[in-house]
Design a binder for this molecule. Structure first.
Ligand SMILES: [Zn+2]
Length: 247
């Protein structure tokens, strides 16, 4: 039986056929999800950075318990990976959340009117404490939409193309996508990345309005639409996954 460790790609969306377990690894409770994948040719063990757990992908002919056994047998590797993850930052009073790469402290103001606003390097959230996380997420989504939509319009005009609809989602596997009919979709978590990185992801998807593949002409268009594609791609490789640790 072969296995392949990996932190990327993201372990894929949750599926109703997934089986979930809690592993006891050297006294630590570690969530395990076993996913069946008809296209998988071998067992693959992946760290789920957002959940702080493990995902094992099993081909159809392999039993779920073999997946669980694989995870148990790699306890040392799994615990090392989990220890190396950046800490989670739940959306709560006092948390530091980046907006366009700049850290902002979250301040809960139950007595104030309004919803969410930025003030002196802080994000102020009014209302009841149980609504804070949702309100902050909604505000980040709206901010993402504003930043992204303006850039889509500007870059598409520079390319001489007309974009379709712009959708903001919370996708695990991709930061952005461009459909065949020109609709563009982006993760709201891009708004936490440095401005140059968000700008690159928008440039990348807008360039697909003109070139479908990732050939030299595509990359030439990306380079005309944003300042530092290589730097942005390096940043995403290094830090992108950690954006899922917020909220
Ligand atoms: Zn692409």
């Amino acid at each position: 039986m072969t296995w392949g460790p990996g932190i990327e790609p993201a372990p894929g969306p949750r599926n109703s056929r997934d089986k979930t377990f809690t592993l006891d690894l050297e006294g630590r409770a570690v969530p395990l999800r076993v996913r069946r994948n008809a296209r998988a040719r071998r067992l693959v063990l992946t760290i789920d950075t957002a959940a702080g757990g493990v995902v094992v992908t099993v081909p159809n002919r392999v039993a779920v318990r073999d997946g669980v056994e694989l995870a148990r047998s790699k306890a040392g590797w799994i615990l090392d990976c989990l220890d190396a993850l950046p800490p989670r930052t739940p959306f709560a009073d006092g948390a530091v959340v980046p907006v366009l790469g700049v850290g902002h402290r979250v301040r809960h103001c139950p007595g104030r009117r309004g919803t969410v606003w930025r003030e002196d390097g802080e994000i102020v959230v009014a209302g009841r404490p149980e609504h804070l996380a949702r309100r902050l997420t909604d505000w980040l989504r709206r901010t993402a939409r504003r930043e992204i939509a303006a850039r889509v319009a500007d870059k598409a005009a520079r390319l001489g193309r007309t974009p379709g609809r712009v959708t903001i989602r919370d996708t695990r596997s991709r930061w952005g996508s461009c459909s065949a009919n020109g609709d563009l979709s982006f993760s709201w978590r891009l708004v936490m990345m440095p401005e140059a990185v968000l700008d690159y992801v928008v440039a990348h998807e807008v360039a697909h309005l003109a070139y479908r593949g990732h050939g030299p002409r595509f990359w030439g268009a990306v380079a005309r639409l944003t300042d530092d594609p290589d730097g942005a791609r390096a940043w995403i490789r290094r830090h992108g996954e950690s954006m899922h640790r917020y909220g």
